[in-house]
Design a protein around this ligand. Sequence first.
Ligand code: 5GP
Ligand code: ZN
Length: 139
Amino acid sequence: MKEDCLFCKIISGKIPSYKVYEDDAVFAFLDIYPASEGHTLVAPKKHFTKFTDMNAENVASLFEVARKITAAVENASLAEGANIGINDGEIAGQEVPHVHVHVIPRRKGDGGRGIKSIVWTEPDTTNLEAVAKKIRRAL
Ligand code: 5GP
Ligand code: ZN
């Protein structure tokens, strides 16, 4: 628990939320300013600022709950599909510095687009092998 963290306060119950799921490691609750009906945030109970601060076990439990919530919003007829993602870092739009996965239910005719509508910088694609090499070397 990080004292000055909004989501740590929500997870500990100090600040109320519309909880939809909780287990030992993960807490899921409705986004207070939803992009669509059923928009849910899935967060690890332990405070991590960035996705890359988490280990494989933390990530596995987080994404298993994201999968469950996605199935639930579809089963509850709130969605026919979903966008599932993390804003990782301020530059990527992260406003609350406690890792969370957005599960955004999508319905036919909702006017939304796919994940590439987040950013489209038209990067050079003439040497994708060089780009792949850079990433492989950094692994
Ligand atoms: P981020 O931009 O960090 O990926 O997403 C933060 C999300 O938290 C936003 O979608 C925002 O609507 C939501 N949010 C901000 N404050 C609160 C709050 O007090 N309670 C809940 N449930 N959601 C919040
Ligand atoms: Zn926190």
